[in-house]
Ligand binder design. Structure first.
Ligand code: SF4
Length: 440
C-alpha cells in the first residue's frame, strides 16, 4: 500500500456551528493526521498555513453570515497569495454549493456534508474506512461529544437541517459501544450524546426506539463516568428513558429537551406534533420520575404569526415552569422549509426584543436557582485553568452552554479529575466554590 508523506504540509481547519459539526471536523482531522498532514484546529494566532478548510454552518441567518464572512476573509488572503488552497465543507456548502461556486470563485472546491472522501481525495489523502468513528478530539481530553445519529426525519416547519443533513441514520449500537470504549481508553470520562433528535434513535435501524438500551450499554463502558443527553424531541418522548436516567448513576440527571414554543397555534404552525397540554404533562413526568433533574430547553421567538398574546403565553409559561437552563433563537426565514410559505411578519426588532425579554426572565430564574446551591457540595469535573482559576462543571452543566464552577487557583487540582466542591457564592450563570475533599 502506498504511503503518502504530507508531514510538512500544514492544514488549518476552521469549524463553525454546532457540536455536531465539531464532531465531523474531529473525524476529518483524524483522517488527515493518518495521512501525515499536520492539522491546526481553529487557529487563534496569525494565519500561517497554505491550505485552509472551512467547515461551515447553514442553520439560520446569523450562522450563514458568519460562515460567508469567514470564507470571504480567507478568499481575500488567497487573492493576496497568502493561501494556496481554500476548501469549504459542511452545511452551508451542502445547501448553497452552486451559488457559492459562482459567487466566491477563489474557493478551490466546495464539498457537502457527506463528501469527506472526496475532500480527502482532493488533498491527495486516502479515506480510511477502518478509521470511521475515530477522531482527534478538539475538546479537553476528558470529555467528548458523541454523535449517535445523523440527519432527522421530523418535519418541523422552520427547520432547514433535514435539507442539509438528510434523513435520520442511527449509528449501530455495537459501533457506538466500540467508539465509547476507544474514547474511554484515551482518557474521556464524560460523553455528551448528540444527534439532531436523540429519541428517534433506533427506529430506522431496529424498527423500535433504542435510546434506553443504548444508554444502559454505555454505562457499562469502563472509564466513562458521566453520560449527558442533548436534543431530545418532546413529541412521543419514550418515557422509559426517564427511568434509565434516574436509575443509572453514570447518567447525568440532566435533560436537554428543546420545546421551541408553548402556544398551541404556534406549535401547530411549527409542526411540532405536540400541544401545550402534552408538553406540560411531559415536564411533569420528567420531574416526577427524576427528582432533582436539571432541565434545559430552547425557545424560538418571532415565528410567523406569533402575536403579542402568543409571546406573553410563552413568557408566562417560562416564568411558571422555571427551567434550569434556557436558550433562545430568533426565527430565521429559510427557503425550502415549509414555514417559508408563511409571511415572515414579525419585524426583526420585535424578534430581538422578545428574545431578550425571555432571556431576562430566565436570568432571574437562573440566579434564584443558583442561590439555592450556596452551602451545598457538588461533584465537579475540572475542565481547565484560566487566569489563575480553575473552571469546572457539575452534573447539572454541559460545556459551553451552562454554568461553570469557578475555584481559586491556590488549590492544587488536576484538570480532568472530579472533586467535591462546596458552593460559596453565585452569579446569574456561574457558581463559585472551594474543594472540600477529593471525590472518590
Ligand atoms: S427535530 Fe430538530 S432537527 Fe429535526 S426537523 Fe425538528 S427542529 Fe429540525
Amino acid at each position: 500500500m502506498k504511503t503518502k508523506t504530507h508531514r510538512k504540509d500544514k492544514i488549518q481547519l476552521i469549524t463553525l456551528g454546532c457540536s455536531k459539526n465539531l464532531v465531523d471536523s474531529e473525524t476529518l482531522m483524524h483522517q488527515l493526521d493518518y495521512n501525515q498532514y499536520l492539522v491546526e484546529h481553529n487557529p487563534t494566532g496569525k494565519h500561517h498555513s497554505e491550505i485552509i478548510i472551512i467547515n461551515t454552518c447553514g442553520f439560520i441567518d446569523r450562522a450563514k453570515e458568519e460562515s460567508i464572512e469567514t470564507i470571504l476573509t480567507y478568499a481575500k488572503l488567497k487573492k493576496k497569495g497568502a493561501v494556496q488552497k481554500l476548501y469549504v465543507t459542511g452545511c452551508l456548502s451542502q445547501r448553497y454549493k452552486d451559488n457559492l461556486e459562482e459567487e466566491i470563485p477563489e474557493v478551490d472546491a466546495f464539498f457537502g456534508t457527506m463528501e469527506m472522501p472526496a475532500l480527502l481525495n482532493r488533498l491527495d489523502a486516502d479515506y480510511r474506512h477502518e478509521l470511521v468513528g475515530e477522531r482527534m478530539l478538539s475538546t479537553p481530553s476528558h470529555y467528548a461529544y458523541f454523535k449517535i445519529s445523523e440527519g432527522c426525519n421530523r418535519t418541523c416547519s422552520f427547520c432547514a437541517i433535514p435539507l442539509m443533513r438528510g434523513k435520520h441514520i442511527s449509528v449501530p449500537k455495537e459501533e457506538l459501544i466500540a467508539r465509547a470504549r476507544n474514547l474511554a481508553r484515551n482518557g474521556v470520562k464524560e460523553l455528551m450524546l448528540i444527534g439532531q433528535e436523540l429519541t428517534y434513535y433506533g427506529l430506522d435501524l431496529y424498527k423500535k426506539r433504542e435510546l434506553s438500551s443504548l444508554l444502559e450499554e454505555l454505562t457499562k463502558v469502563e472509564g466513562i463516568e458521566w453520560i449527558r443527553l442533548h436534543y431530545a424531541y418532546p413529541s412521543k418522548f419514550p418515557l422509559e428513558v426517564l427511568d434509565v436516567i434516574r436509575d443509572q448513576a453514570k447518567i447525568c440527571k440532566y435533560l436537554d429537551i428543546p420545546l421551541q414554543h408553548i402556544s398551541d397555534p404556534i406549535l401547530k404552525s411549527m409542526k411540532r406534533q405536540i400541544t401545550r397540554t402534552e408538553s406540560e404533562e411531559l415536564i411533569g413526568h420528567i420531574r416526577d420520575r427524576i427528582p432533582g433533574v436539571t432541565l434545559r430547553t430552547t425557545m424560538l421567538v418571532g415565528f410567523p404569526g406569533e402575536t403579542e398574546e402568543n409571546f406573553k403565553e410563552l413568557c408566562d409559561f417560562v416564568q411558571k415552569t422555571r427551567f434550569d437552563r434556557l436558550g433562545t433563537f430568533q426565527y430565521s426565514h429559510e427557503e425550502d422549509t415549509s414555514a417559508y410559505l408563511l409571511h415572515d411578519d414579525v419585524p426583526a426588532a420585535v424578534k430581538e426584543s422578545r428574545a431578550s425579554e425571555l432571556m431576562s426572565i430566565q436570568e432571574n430564574i437562573s440566579l434564584e436557582i443558583n442561590q439555592t446551591k450556596i452551602g451545598k457540595t457538588f461533584k465537579t469535573l475540572i475542565d481547565r485553568k484560566e487566569n489563575g482559576q480553575y473552571i469546572g462543571r457539575t452534573e447539572a452543566d454541559s460545556p459551553e452552554v451552562d454554568n461553570e464552577v469557578i475555584i481559586s487557583g491556590e488549590h492544587h487540582l488536576r484538570i480532568g479529575d472530579f472533586y467535591q466542591i462546596q458552593i460559596t457564592d453565585v452569579s446569574h450563570f456561574d457558581l463559585m466554590g472551594h474543594p472540600v475533599h477529593p471525590s472518590a
